[in-house]
Design a protein around this ligand. Structure first.
Ligand SMILES: *[C@@H]1O[C@H](CO)[C@@H](O)[C@H](O)[C@H]1NC(C)=O
Ligand SMILES: *[C@@H]1O[C@H](CO)[C@@H](O)[C@H](O)[C@H]1NC(C)=O
Ligand SMILES: *[C@@H]1O[C@H](CO)[C@@H](O)[C@H](O)[C@H]1NC(C)=O
Ligand SMILES: *[C@@H]1O[C@H](CO)[C@@H](O)[C@H](O)[C@H]1NC(C)=O
Ligand SMILES: *[C@@H]1O[C@H](CO)[C@@H](O)[C@H](O)[C@H]1NC(C)=O
Length: 361
């Protein structure tokens, strides 16, 4: 009788132990993460790791950056970061089904609806960072309630953004000598507005004063397209007038003349701020002169003094200015690719406390 009892007890213990093990195994299987599918490029790169140890650079892990909106609906090929800018630090995608795996989500401010209904609705993974992309100046930035503390990184024109939209000059890496393009015009301005006599804004008023003292060649048609750089390079000076005046808000209207060999006449933030972006002797600031007459006299003087004019190009010995892509679909490409580069390199955890306090004030 006793021995039967012992056998039963032993059997029961074994059964309980086995059941316990099975339960533990099942629990373990359930809690371990579902097999994650990485985007193909990173995966295959990792698989080739052993096969080729010399290509270390290419095998490093690349985070997924999801473009939540196509800014301005201007689509370009996702490979363009690599082909145009040699930037290959992230896996750029516009496929929203990658949301839960995306390390970074780029959100274009202008595309956000007022009720935030077109932002991601599923919970944000712990590791994920949202990037606020705003290409406009504060005066042209719509205030949307509820987004003040949603973001982890900023991508704007401001120098104190996490990622900067524009980087104007780079150090020169060739011995190529600068050759001044053939000049056919003294002072030019490319401007969209048809009626310059009625436009309000500091740039327009300054222009109306200036034309009392010297001729300005105005082009309404060449702000886009192939002739853009060619026409600009044929002018000795160019009116680089910003349409609103804010610290660091220095746009292509400044970079374009610099890049083609034309001297920008700037109207925008103070000279000191321009000098954060470009050498002081590469441009002329309207505030360098007490009146528009004084500026006109100075420019007419430079027109007759080639040696003095050429001093505005000495910086060319040390720097190059990048031509921006004029094709419309590439308007935001450089900024997006800069973000791709940044997220591939910098991993810091951060919360932007109050977007508007930082950006608008
Ligand atoms: C390894 O990668 C390097 C650089 O990508 C390439 O030049 C080389 O041919 C590769 N070697 C092998 C064995 O695949
Ligand atoms: C510009 O606007 C002013 C005032 O409205 C008008 O008198 C003038 O004819 C306009 N000029 C052109 C070129 O449209
Ligand atoms: C713009 O118009 C000017 C004449 O006003 C012309 O010389 C120039 O070629 C035009 N540019 C473009 C891009 O059409
Ligand atoms: C911004 O816009 C306001 C009017 O909306 C104007 O008074 C102000 O001058 C503008 N600021 C700049 C810096 O352009
Ligand atoms: C990103 O910002 C959100 C909202 O402020 C915050 O909850 C989250 O912890 C931040 N995540 C990272 C990875 O910095």
């Amino acid at each position: 009788m006793a021995s039967v009892f012992y056998v039963l007890r032993a059997t029961l213990t074994v059964i309980l132990l086995l059941a316990g093990i099975i339960v533990l195994v099942l629990q373990y299987l359930q809690s371990s993460p579902a097999p994650t599918c990485h985007l193909p490029p990173a995966h295959s790169a990792q698989q080739t790791k052993q096969a080729n140890s010399s290509a270390v650079e290419q095998q490093t892990y690349k985070p997924v950056m999801l473009l939540w909106f196509w800014p301005g609906n201007k689509r370009f090929d996702l490979q363009d970061c690599k082909t145009l800018f040699k930037i290959d630090n992230c896996q750029l995608t516009d496929d929203r089904s990658f949301y839960s795996r995306a390390h970074d989500v780029l959100v274009f401010h202008r595309a956000i609806q007022d009720d935030l209904s077109n932002l991601p609705t599923s919970p944000r993974p712990k590791f994920q960072r949202w990037i606020w992309f705003n290409a406009d100046s504060p005066n042209h930035t719509r205030r949307i309630e509820g987004i003040q503390s949603l973001f982890n990184l900023t991508l704007t024109y401001r120098k104190d953004s996490d990622i900067q939209v524009r980087r104007l000059l780079t150090f020169k890496n060739s011995d190529e000598e600068f050759v001044l393009p053939k000049k056919e015009r003294l002072l030019c301005w490319f401007v969209d507005s048809d009626n310059l006599t009625t436009q309000s804004g500091e740039g327009y008023s300054y222009y109306r004063e200036l034309i009392n003292h010297m001729k300005v060649d105005v082009f309404h048609n060449s702000t886009k397209g192939e002739n853009y750089f060619l026409t600009m390079s044929s002018c000795k000076f160019y009116l680089s007038f910003e349409n609103s005046i804010h610290r660091d808000y220095i746009t292509e209207t400044f970079n374009s003349p610099l890049s083609v060999g034309t001297v920008p006449i700037v109207l925008g933030p103070p000279r000191r701020n321009y000098e954060d972006f470009a050498p002081g002797e590469s441009f002329i600031h309207v505030n360098d002169f007490p009146t528009s007459l004084a500026l006109a006299q100075f420019l007419l003087g430079l027109d007759k003094d080639q040696e003095a004019y050429m001093r505005y190009f000495h910086w060319r010995g040390y720097y190059t200015a990048r031509l921006h892509l004029t094709e419309e679909k590439y308007e935001f490409a450089h900024a997006i690719c800069q973000a791709c580069r940044h997220v591939g390199i910098y991993k810091e955890y951060r919360v932007v406390p109050d977007l508007y306090k930082w950006f608008i004030l």
